[in-house]
Design a protein around this ligand. Structure first.
Ligand SMILES: *Cc1c(COP(=O)(O)O)cnc(C)c1O
Length: 389
């Protein structure tokens, strides 16, 4: 398709702006050799930016069930959930999710982005207020904006600011108030105080929605996440593209909320149901996760070692308290130079810059998995240490 005969000048201008700001983005393809080794253009890298925290994307049992469900049920689910796309395996998976997470009910979505953006916009309307942590994921922002609710942010992880804002809102005229946060933040690797936040929400009658994307599989008893077991969290969003090693997402909620979403949520209603392969891999990961405490232990010990050694090497890791570790450099150019130094040395780690993070807090962000070995970690530390930018 050609764009020659119409005026797409606005695209040229927008892309030029990105290029001038050195913020132009491009896709690169990587071949996943193993859980942590990837190749690109005949070069091999140790991957420090993936989200396959437990290595489940390559787990034999996960792959086996992915294949088995495809063979039995076909490649596609052939329709949306409300038409004929609900197979017995969809219902079985939702039941298993609810049972495992000890939730009244659960509802599957095709992706975390789709879930957050469509659930919030279905629950909130223009008579509502949404109070979201300042660093909430873009999908939560999209859902909030699409709802046409009043949208306000509270200071990152500040229970004090949240309380002030809830207090202020209680003197206003909102029909309902939602509080939205993540349990473990994807850019800083720090955690929210869910006990306190849920306590405040109960006190003020606000509905609490927690995105547990980076924590399910990894934290909490049996790897059931950071929101698990905390009372008065009304909805928890788990994603399957990260520690589950698959794709898709699930909402843990009451049966009432589930019924409401089945009836009113466009991102659930007007989309083809998750395919059998995905249902199979999520189900296999769900069965495995509670048993994987050895992998979780390895992951946490990798994370602890790296935070400690990176700080020892003179870098700030911010407030990170997890397997997501920012190495805060500050300036954009320096950060890009470090990312490129690492890349030249066979290490893939993402440079993250404004507007994704605030000005002067550009960083290299690394994510660890249970499958990184001592050798992989030492290689990273050695190459970081040899940078004299
Ligand atoms: C990755 C992520 C999502 C999106 O999930 P996908 O399944 O990848 O679409 C949502 N919220 C947070 C906090 C995430 O990190």
């Amino acid at each position: 398709m050609s764009t020659d005969d119409k005026d797409f000048g606005f695209i040229d201008q927008a892309l030029d702006k990105r290029k001038k700001g050195h913020r132009y983005r491009e896709l690169h393809s990587y071949y996943p050799e193993s859980e942590v080794i990837i190749t690109h253009d005949d070069r091999t890298y140790i991957n420090f930016c993936g989200n396959d925290y437990l290595g489940l994307s390559k787990h034999a049992k996960v792959i086996e069930k992915t294949k088995a469900f495809t063979e039995e049920y076909g490649a596609g689910s052939t329709a949306s959930r409300l038409i004929n796309g609900t197979f017995p395996i969809h219902e079985e998976l939702e039941q298993k999710l609810a049972d495992t997470f000890d939730s009244e009910d659960a509802l599957l979505f095709n992706s975390g982005f789709q879930a957050n953006s469509t659930i919030l916009s279905t629950l909130a309307d223009r008579h509502s207020l949404i109070l979201a942590d300042r660093l909430s994921h873009n999908s939560l922002l999209q859902g909030s904006l699409a709802s046409r609710a009043q949208f306000r942010r509270f200071e990152h992880n500040s229970v004090v600011d949240l309380k002030d804002q809830l207090q202020r809102a209680s003197d206003e005229d909102f029909e309902r108030v939602f509080v939205v946060t993540e349990s473990l933040f994807s850019m800083d690797g720090d955690k929210s105080d869910l006990e306190k936040i849920s306590g405040l929400c109960s006190q003020y009658g606000a509905i609490l929605y927690v995105d547990d994307a980076h924590a399910v599989g990894v934290y909490g008893e049996s790897g059931l996440g950071l929101a698990n077991g905390i009372s008065d969290i009304d909805m928890v969003l788990g994603t399957c593209g990260k520690a589950f090693g698959s794709s898709g997402a699930f909402l843990l909620c009451s049966q009432k909320v589930k019924d409401y979403l089945i009836n009113y949520c466009p991102g659930f209603i007007y989309t083809t149901a998750p395919p059998p392969a995905v249902v199979g891999s999520i189900m296999a990961s769900l069965e495995l996760i509670p048993e994987l405490s050895d992998r979780r232990k390895a992951l946490h010990s990798n994370a602890e070692k790296m935070r400690k050694e990176i700080r020892k090497a003179g870098f700030s890791t911010g407030e990170s308290d997890s397997h997501i570790i920012p190495i805060i450099i500050g300036g954009e150019e320096e950060t890009l130079a470090l990312a490129s130094h690492l890349e030249k040395n066979g290490i893939l780690a993402t440079a993250i810059r404004p507007p994704t993070v605030p000005e002067d807090s550009s960083r290299i962000r690394i994510t660890l998995t249970s499958q990184h070995t001592e050798n992989h970690l030492n290689m990273f530390l050695k190459k970081l240490g040899s940078w004299n930018g």
